[in-house]
Design a protein around this ligand. Structure first.
Ligand SMILES: NC(=O)NC(NC(N)=O)C(=O)[O-]
Length: 361
């Protein structure tokens, strides 16, 4: 999985990079629960101790001397359908929990810690049954209609991880698909953004940095937070294929090479296609390298290029809806973000509204 939290098909809905946050927990004596959501692999320094004890890169509670279990509640970065939960106990060897249980809930608005403490137990529905953990290992738990009859195929806004009875967990990954609120998809929105339903379908090379980073919110703080391929030696070009939130007309683009100083692409080309009619013979050609050009740009290094497609794009770039975009980096090079602002068409908005309804609890 990449550090933004996407696998080929699934997104880590809890990832801090996308905006997941720990709302509250009952104990974080040894190590902060917020570490659970960090994107990078858990670190370990054998010599690191502080006034409380050993320093861990994860969430760690004290040894329980009373009956009960420890728990943490996470607000997901985006509401979504959960398909798998990974509980990673990396580096917790003599202090990992015996088992974990995960619940999910749909909570309206933005409940704070006090609200969460007062929630009646029945709002929490089982996502992952009580599952034994082992030390220093990832335990993956599938969310299926069998294991989670109430929540499989439903959207949740929050998850609660319970550890039995106490201990340390390095990372919690809540893997699934965002279900964007259709009320937030009207007007001109970033149709590539993960939180809006955009996703990476594939790329030529992600040697140094995942292409998923391109679709994350905010701006990159370092080069590690961007898409970076290896140096290409074969005369070709690197590329990333994207599926947009739905069919829409693009208006503006942002090609952000921030943090890529000696390794920005020499040239960036965006191509777009409407694949709704693919397979009927009426669709665009199957090869994305032959899709119509939307933008052809010689970017500056370390620069955020915000462009109106109507003025800066290829003729006709704003005239038709696209569902998919190919980003080409010539010959290679890294970028931190790609934003594709446009308006979803009526069919795409109706589909988003249907999905919101169908996934309601
Ligand atoms: N060596 C330890 O990790 N001890 C304790 N934990 C910390 N963080 O010191 C414990 O009881 O699990």
């Amino acid at each position: 999985m990449s550090s933004t939290g996407q696998t080929a098909a699934l997104t880590d809905l809890a990832s801090r990079v996308l905006g997941g946050v720990v709302v509250t927990c009952n104990d974080q004596f040894y190590a902060d629960a917020s570490n659970l959501l960090l994107p990078h692999p858990p670190r370990y320094d054998p010599d690191a101790y502080d006034a409380k004890g050993k320093v861990y890169d994860g969430w760690e509670t004290r040894r329980r001397r009373t009956v009960g279990d420890d728990w943490v509640v996470v607000r997901l970065a985006a509401p979504g359908e959960v398909e798998r939960i990974d509980v990673d106990t990396a580096w917790f060897r003599g202090n990992y929990p015996a088992a974990a249980t995960v619940h999910g809930a749909w909570l309206e608005g933005f409940p704070g810690p006090n609200d969460v403490w007062q929630l009646p137990e029945h709002v929490w529905r089982p996502l992952a049954p009580r599952t034994p953990l082992t030390g220093d290992a990832v335990t993956s738990i599938a969310v299926t209609p069998e294991t989670s009859p109430e929540l499989a195929g439903r959207r949740v806004s929050h998850v609660r991880l319970t550890i039995h009875p106490d201990g340390g967990v390095a990372r919690l990954r809540v893997l699934g698909r965002p279900v964007p609120d259709p009320a937030l998809l009207t007007g001109t929105v970033d149709l590539a953004a993960t939180e809006n339903g955009g996703r990476v379908l594939g790329s030529s090379n992600e040697f140094y940095g995942s292409a998923d980073h391109l679709l994350a919110p905010g701006r990159a703080a370092t080069m590690a937070d961007g898409w970076e391929n290896a140096r290409r030696r074969d005369g070709g070009n690197d590329w990333v294929d994207l599926q947009l939130a739905g069919a829409g007309r693009l208006r503006r683009v942002e090609v952000d090479t921030t943090c890529f100083v000696g390794n920005a692409p020499g040239r960036v080309v965006l191509r777009g296609a409407d694949l709704r009619s693919a397979g009927t013979g009426a669709g665009e050609g199957a090869d994305p390298a032959s899709w119509p050009v939307l933008l052809d740009l010689h970017p500056q290094p370390d620069t955020r290029h915000v462009l109106a497609l109507g003025a800066a794009g290829a003729p006709g770039a704003t005239d038709r809806a696209v569902t998919h975009v190919r980003l080409e980096a010539h010959p290679d090079g890294g970028m931190s973000r790609l934003r594709l602002w446009g308006e979803l068409d009526d069919d795409a908005l109706a589909a988003a509204a249907r999905r919101w309804e169908e996934t309601a609890l």
